[in-house]
Design a protein around this ligand. Structure first.
Ligand code: IPE
Ligand code: MG
Length: 222
């Protein structure tokens, strides 16, 4: 979800206003995803690298996350949305962690759409953590080299209960992956939308899906 800062700067507004506006785009995408029958929607809300931003912006983003959780859980329950999260959640402020855990627990049995928030997320860190976990398991006992298959490795990532994404939508015209789901994106189709994230609406979501439908996925075959 890229372009909040530029959206605000273009209007001479503080960056946080852009983030607030960006949070509103989430609703449109969730609605569009439900209408289209999408089962999993992962939102890259805050990367590990985003901690480097000025403290006031980081604090504003965390407040926004809490507000989002406070305000949206009721709606998610009504719409049958299940909330999940990936990333180093232990690095979030404790009040965020608590609200997130509550929201996840209270939407656990919903089945219509799973919304995954990537928070304090880094694809490389996720891979390194999986390797460390596998080393620990191997030290503890009966793990042989042949046990380490792609499926085994995937099962050690934060996304162990989620399918690999079919489509990656990147906003604000940037052509990079930015440390997002590095392992999981190996055969994901990429759609780059030129508009900034706060301007991204339902129509843009449907346009991305239409673009995806034109792709011929060969997975290295012919
Ligand atoms: C939102 O957009 C991404 C978040 C970290 C929430 P940016 O804040 O990256 O916006 P730009 O790239 O400065 O425009
Ligand atoms: Mg950006």
């Amino acid at each position: 979800m890229d372009g909040n800062g530029r959206w605000a700067e273009k209007r001479g507004l503080p960056r946080l206003v852009g983030h607030e506006q960006g949070a509103k785009s989430i609703r449109a995408c969730v609605e569009a995803a439900i209408e289209a029958g999408v089962e999993f929607l992962t939102l890259y809300a805050f990367s590990s690298e985003n901690w480097k931003r000025p403290a006031a912006e980081v604090a504003g983003l965390m407040r926004l996350l809490e507000r989002f959780l406070d305000e949206k859980v009721k709606e998610m329950k009504k719409e049958g949305v299940r909330l999940q999260a990936i990333g180093r959640l232990q690095e979030l402020p404790s009040s965020c962690q608590r609200k997130l855990a509550e929201a996840i627990a209270s939407t656990e049995t919903n089945t219509r759409l799973t919304v995954v928030l990537a928070l304090s997320y880094s694809g490389r860190t996720e891979i390194v953590e999986a390797v460390k976990q596998i080393v620990r398991e191997s030290r503890e006992g009966e793990l042989s080299e042949d046990d380490i298959t792609q499926d085994f490795f995937s099962a050690h990532l934060d996304t162990r209960n989620l399918p690999d994404p079919d489509l990656l939508i990147r906003t604000s015209g940037e052509m990079r992956v930015s440390n997002f789901l590095l392992w999981q994106l190996s055969y994901t189709e990429i759609h780059v939308a030129d508009c900034l994230w706060p301007d991204f609406g339902k129509d843009d979501f449907f346009e991305a899906l239409a673009d995806y439908q034109k792709r011929n996925r060969r997975y290295g075959g012919i």
